[in-house]
Write a protein that binds this ligand. Structure first.
Ligand code: AMP
Length: 297
């Protein structure tokens, strides 16, 4: 039985940053999220890839359960470029390919999952997953500007059904048409979720709940090579930590946010997945302790 299910994209990414270039490298929201989550427990993924996915790429996915993976013709492709402001990816091209006709089917072994991360993917696919999963599952949802601009109403419907919603700062501003992140956080809660998290790239994250507020620092990195997948790793780290917690409350979510930030910091230190592949839980725990010291005053 799979306790943590993550639905999102498997992609072949072309990435260009001031520090390097990667072509057709394995990426996608479910890949980064599931890698991050797998430091805690092996998650199951729901996604679609294409027949063009190499054996090496499939081998990389061996640390996650693939019962919910299907195959179409061509893998989703994304081309992004970063300039010196590494908080903002410029999307040059998005090719949905097999994702365009994807109708997800939850394998029986996933149906009783207690944790569901709807990572960045078409919100209509997110809604289809929500109809199939255990109604008591804790639901986290993440998205991006592409879906805000193309499927805002469907995305709103998903947010209304989620327990925890994650946006980055630019997405939150765009969704609510406001420059103010505190207002955007409050508006997110007004849609229904119990918690709203706004990620601020290398500068940390904000957590909003009905009557409380938490501001998490970013890990002080001197080397930041490629932010691709940082948001997805953050979400995966958070749900991975929560899946190992005895109960879900704000204190645990705060800790999960720190784990998510730490894993995201490792992710950004390498191009594509290269650093996430190398690190161990021990490395993550060391940085978690540094984060605890940063917060003391
Ligand atoms: P992040 O940097 O965490 O926002 O996510 C980067 C990953 O998102 C890349 O590996 C892309 O393959 C994937 N991606 C890019 N555009 C989309 C999209 N419209 N829907 C889902 N995933 C996407």
């Amino acid at each position: 039985m799979t306790d943590t299910v993550i639905c999102g994209t498997i992609g072949l990414d072309d990435i260009k940053t001031p520090f390097g270039i990667k072509k057709a490298t394995l990426g996608g929201s479910v890949v980064y999220s599931a890698f991050a989550s797998s430091f805690f427990k092996k998650p199951g993924i729901v996604s679609i890839a294409g027949k063009d996915l190499s054996k090496e790429n499939l081998a990389l996915l061996s640390r996650v359960d693939l019962a919910g993976l299907s195959f179409g013709k061509k893998t989703f492709r994304w081309q992004g470029v970063y300039e010196y402001n590494m908080n903002e990816a410029k999307t040059l091209k998005t090719e949905l390919n097999s994702l365009a006709g994807f109708s997800p089917n939850l394998p029986p072994s996933y149906k009783n999952a207690r944790f569901l991360l709807l990572a960045n993917i078409d919100p209509e696919i997110q809604l289809k997953i929500l109809k199939q999963v255990n109604p008591k599952a804790l639901v986290l949802i993440d998205s991006m500007n592409f879906w805000i601009e193309n499927k805002k109403e469907a995305l709103k419907s998903v947010i209304k059904k989620a327990d925890i919603v994650l946006f980055n700062d630019a997405e939150a501003r765009e969704f609510f048409n406001t420059p103010n992140l505190i207002r955007a956080g409050r508006e997110l809660l007004n849609l229904g979720p119990e918690y709203a998290i706004i990620k601020k790239g290398e500068h940390g994250a904000l957590l909003f709940s009905y009557d409380r507020f938490f501001s998490a620092p970013g890990y002080p990195l001197e080397v930041l090579k490629d932010p691709t997948g940082a948001g997805d790793s953050f979400a995966g780290g958070l749900i991975g930590y929560l899946s190992c917690s005895d109960k879900i409350n704000e204190a645990q979510i705060r800790k999960g946010i720190i784990y998510g930030s730490v894993i995201a910091s490792f992710c950004t230190e390498g191009l594509g997945l290269e650093n996430l592949i190398k690190i161990k839980l021990k490395d993550i725990k060391e940085r978690y302790e540094v984060m605890r010291q940063i917060r003391e005053f």
